[in-house]
Design a protein around this ligand. Sequence first.
Ligand code: URP
Ligand code: ZN
Ligand code: ZN
Length: 459
Amino acid sequence: MDILLQGGTMVTPRGSFAGDLRIRGERIAEIGEGLAPEGAQVIPVKDKLIFPGFIDTHTHFDLDAGTFHAADDFATGTRAAIAGGTTVILDFTTQEKGETLMEALRNWHGLADGKCSCDYGFHMSITDWNEAVKKELPLMTREGVTSYKLYMAYDNLKVSDGEIFEILKAVEQEGGIIGVHCENGELIKELSRELLARGETGPSAHPRSRPAELEAEAVYRLLTIAKMAGTPVNIVHLSTKRACEVVRDARAEGQQVFVESCPQYFLLEDSKYELPGFESAKYVLSPPLRGQEDIDCLWEALGAGEIDTIGTDHCSFHFKGQKERGLADFTQIPNGIPGVEHRPALMYTYGVGTGKITREQFCAVLSENPARLFGMYPRKGALLPGSDADLVVWDPEAEGVISAVTQVQHVDYTPYEGMKIRGKPEMVFLRGRLVCREGQVTAPGQGRYVRRRSAGRTV
Ligand code: URP
Ligand code: ZN
Ligand code: ZN
């Protein structure tokens, strides 16, 4: 039987309009005013907004970080995602040294397949570049992996500038897109060593080991490499005003640069590192939280359309027993924070609700742009006949308070504890099926692998 969402407000990046939406099977069948209700299950959605399902293109579920294992696996992470209105996640598959890309991909399918409550795909993090790996790129395209991540920091993950240059060109041949973690890894190591030698061992030292300059320098270096390679590039989790300015300059010169940022860089300030005791370990992530000037710059850039996507970089570790293991040495605190569940409500409340961005811009950075950039549009990220009926019926007036006690994600804290929200998903549909109502996941485990096309190159 069809489902008819009757009398809602459809939101797209190009405008909002009142109307009905018919779901038939897994797809959107039609959108219009006064659609015939006969033979359909009618769901009145007056005063509600209808968004294309939100897409989080930056998660690390089931991450094996050496001595630590991420708190959320694909089952708990995607359940939290769908509870918050996210219908697709893209996680980062990581190639271990000596491994083929195909082996890495198989490993990640092993972790995710059959366990997900939202649809999912993978970026491939290349950490060990060689001729054999280069030959695997067409195979990755056939497997639906059309985006990659490279690290300029972390000894076990980072690739050299020369390798970035080569990989950018090779991925360009496949029409893929590369996201880069931009921080100067060598200087972080030196600064960390100096801080520890001075006895600054607590988590408050973390941001001083990774200052804004090290992100801006890496962004500038990356953009220089991409310019030489003649390819577009995506900067992931951009966090500083300095880096924002570097991007602005490059774009002004005609370079194609995509930018992702994350809710934490808009909503949490570096004063969290002054919290007493070990509490600030909850905010140890990389890049670290920044100052008010950076926050103001990011909001302004988001409002001006300079930030293309908002992901979470969800990488959850429990405070007790995991973060705590770095008590004697901040460099041993596993990096990352949770966020997959709360991204839509946070960005809606503090972005749309405060007038910093419009609901149409919210839709662009959480739904349509990620779908376009990562080869899923218009199957995902669109309110169009024929698109997957991944839909969020959003109650703009619903209020709540974020708390670890009530959250779905499987981690013992949230960095957003106590923050008020106004705007929540009332219903979430995944390919036409109602999977979540008022935050309760009613049909878990329905997620499917999304085989993606080549990246869009436009947002
Ligand atoms: O601290 C973070 N962000 N951990 C996850 C890995 C990364 O750099 O994206
Ligand atoms: Zn990163
Ligand atoms: Zn990440």
